[in-house]
Design a protein around this ligand. Structure first.
Ligand code: SR1
Ligand code: MG
Length: 403
């Protein structure tokens, strides 16, 4: 029998079953365990262990020493500690919005958690044009609860600095600094530009010095503004949904950064669902219904975030100077500006850079795909350059429908 207490190695499916039998006391002794590796993300291995007798199942998520997407990315398996710790913390701050963590193993760099097999990944559900009327309400609560309560507005500043320390995540931050803030904005060899989009990218993105300067400012803000404990990679592939529930998974990119980073990622990924709907639904009524739902969800996510942030601020803030007249407006406006900018960066990087999204790559007709990509780039550029002009959901919608 394999031992799991001395040395780290990446597990096979059979070893994940052995691990469950010998290291966890979750299933009964006579359980008939089977395992399937179901990970489809860029970084980790995800094993679903099921007892065929009872139907009960768990997830073991193991961090490998390099990213699955490419072994160019050497990423410390310690990210699994970060993920387990933040899931536990978010479970307290936003109860019911993240999977339960049962166990963390610092030798095998794996985390054992609740299996959300009744849920669907939001990106996949959007590709099937399913809609989730409660999503904006749920995600805005998650965002307010996790971003406000971890900031200096609420936390004792020494406690907050301890959290900053324990969530220092240099390697995963470097991936974001490179893939989101740097590479898409110059002809980096790692970019993967679709043929039909290349001329637009060369002329309107790589040749625009004003845009480059703004991305540089934003990169420095990302690296230095330890405002809130972020999820750090809050795209629709990191969100599980049912008709009635929403759960946020995969917070391994967590670190202290600008609060608008998480919100901007949510909005950009809603926009990818929108462009997919625009370019793949041929029936006009269905297209208008789905795209209308996405636009309304974008608007509501921003406006509900603001509304809930304002009430929570009034209830929970402990920092004395935060009660000065005008400070709440100043603080919240900065978050919405950052949201606009990050939404713009995410729109550009998923089109130009290495890590793509299916919403765009699965638009099969090349002319439509180029059109969809150019739309993302135009909206993205506008949001980055004019970020100070955005203060509510309607401002975002205006840019989207006018682009
Ligand atoms: C090397 S990892 C590429 C991308 O996948 C993750 O989900 C993050 O979005 C990262 O930028
Ligand atoms: Mg991920």
């Amino acid at each position: 029998m394999t031992t799991f207490t001395e040395k780290y190695f990446t597990m096979t499916e059979a070893e994940a079953v052995d691990y469950t039998k010998t290291r966890l006391s979750i299933f009964p002794a006579d359980a008939e365990l089977t395992c399937e590796e179901i990970g489809d993300g860029n970084l980790n291995y995800v094993f679903r262990i099921r007892d065929q007798k009872s139907g009960q199942s768990i997830i073991i998520k193991q961090a490998g020493p390099v990213a699955r997407i490419s072994d160019e990315f050497k990423v410390s398996p310690d990210r699994n500690r970060i993920e387990s710790d933040i899931l536990r913390l978010q479970g307290k701050l936003a109860e019911g919005f993240v999977p339960k963590v049962y166990h963390y193993d610092p030798i095998m760099n794996c985390c054992v958690m609740e299996d959300l097999s009744d849920f669907d990944i939001l990106r996949t559900a959007f590709l099937k044009k399913r809609t989730f009327p409660k999503f904006a309400d749920h995600i805005s609560t998650f965002l307010v609860n996790t971003l406000l309560a971890t900031s200096d507005l609420v936390l004792n500043h020494k406690e907050k600095k301890e959290l900053v320390k324990s969530f220092i995540n240099p390697e995963l931050c470097e991936i974001t600094e490179d893939l989101v803030y740097t590479e898409p904005f110059y002809p980096c060899p790692r970019n993967e530009v679709f043929d039909g989009t290349r001329a637009f990218v060369e002329e309107e993105i790589w040749n625009d010095k004003a845009l480059a300067l703004e991305t540089a400012k934003l990169k420095f803000d990302f690296m230095t503004n330890a405002q809130s404990l972020l999820h750090g990679d809050l795209h629709t592939g990191s969100i599980f949904v049912t008709e009635t529930e929403t759960k946020v998974i995969d917070p391994e990119f967590a670190f202290y950064g600008p609060a608008g980073y998480d919100i901007g990622n949510v909005i950009a990924n809603l926009l990818f669902a929108y462009v997919n709907g625009r370019h793949t639904l041929t029936n006009e009524a269905e297209r208008e219904q789905f795209c209308g739902y996405i636009l309304e969800t974008i608007k509501q996510t921003i406006d509900l975030f603001k509304e809930k942030f304002i009430s929570a601020y009034k209830r929970e803030v402990t920092e004395q100077v935060a009660s000065y007249e005008g400070f709440l407006d100043y603080y919240l406006q900065r978050i919405i500006e950052d949201t606009a900018a990050v939404c713009g960066l995410e729109l550009c990087r998923r089109v130009i850079g290495l890590a793509k999204v299916k919403d765009v790559t699965e638009i099969k007709e090349p002319g439509s795909r180029a059109e969809a990509e150019i739309f993302c780039l135009k909206v993205g550029k506008t949001l980055i350059l004019n970020r100070q002009q955005y203060s509510n959901g309607e401002d975002f919608i205006k840019t989207i429908v006018e682009s």
